[in-house]
Design a binder for this molecule. Structure first.
Ligand code: AMP
Length: 283
């Protein structure tokens, strides 16, 4: 069945009020579109757990700190709609920018500490944009559950903390990262990679795996782990590492010693494309 395309908040609210009256649970999958199998896994899980799945598609200007990145973000709406229909989503909410931001946004959702390190250091304002649009979407859709990928682990941690600290009545469901056969995490940004960059890109995941192996085998010094993992990238000078950090999985703070579960997180540039990835390492 085709997913119903809705672009206005009032129409979406009306449609979902009926869904709720009929006793159906609602699952929300927030996305920026250019959908791939990673998003597909979120939709699939939402379908397993909720009667009605809403996929939002909105390239949120508030979370881009570079205008050029915002402008070149892919927006293949027709293909995305088809993807949602075949994945079993009931509703696609794709609002125009004026619908989400009819006037200057003066109210924001901010999550301190969790957003301080990793991407927060290099993308000022990014997480404020993310948590603000997610809170808006949660208020608009009022889902029972909302689905987020572990691929964006810091985003997931910030959203979990926002929902907990602000008593937002929704269950946040984390979804494991979907990867290509060679380990590269699926991302809408992968399509910007040249064939040569695409060939090199899986080295980022392999460096994470090196760190994971060391940690699982008992390495306790994060600096040592970091250096050994980064050494594996020395043979790929095209990869410019922005950060490679070992943090605690809840508040995303760098750890001084590895004495419990940690997340190893990396951001790296290949040409003009920025890729992020991470692995949760249990000891
Ligand atoms: P985006 O459209 O990039 O904002 O992503 C929308 C949602 O899909 C976010 O919760 C992402 O974490 C999630 N996502 C993106 N890529 C993947 C992936 N490779 N595996 C699992 N989830 C993903």
């Amino acid at each position: 069945m085709s997913a119903q395309l809705i672009s206005s908040i009032s129409e979406l609210r009306e449609t979902l009020a009926k869904t709720r009256r009929d006793g159906h649970g609602i699952g929300l999958v927030p996305t920026m579109g250019a959908l791939h199998r990673g998003h597909g896994r979120l939709i699939e899980l939402a379908r397993e757990q909720s009667d009605c799945v809403v996929v939002s598609i909105f390239v949120n200007p508030l979370q881009f700190n570079q205008q050029q990145d915002y402008e070149r973000y892919p927006r293949p709406l027709a293909a995305d709609l088809e993807f949602c229909s075949t994945s079993g989503a009931g509703v696609v909410f794709a609002p125009p920018i004026e619908e989400m931001y009819p006037h200057a946004q003066l109210a924001h959702a901010d999550v301190a500490r969790v957003t301080e390190h990793l991407c927060g250091k290099f993308r000022p304002g990014h997480f404020r944009g993310v948590t603000t649009v997610v809170l808006k979407l949660l208020n608009i859709v009022q889902p029972d559950r909302a689905y987020f990928g572990e691929k964006d682990a810091q985003q997931l941690a910030a959203i979990r903390r926002m929902v907990a600290d602000l008593n937002v009545p929704v269950e946040i469901v984390p979804v494991a990262t979907v990867r290509e056969a060679d380990g590269l995490a699926l991302s809408s940004r992968n399509q910007h990679l040249s064939p040569e960059e695409r060939r090199i890109a899986p080295a980022i995941y392999r460096a994470l795996q090196v760190a994971e192996r060391l940690i699982v085998n008992g390495a306790a010094d994060p600096q040592e782990v970091r250096q050994e993992a980064l050494a594996t990238l020395e043979s790929c000078p095209q990869i410019r590492v922005e950060y490679f950090e070992i943090v605690d999985p809840e508040e995303m703070q760098p750890v001084e010693r590895i004495a419990g579960p940690v997340r190893v997180a990396v951001a790296a540039w290949l040409g003009s494309t920025r890729l992020i990835d991470n692995l949760l390492c249990a000891i």
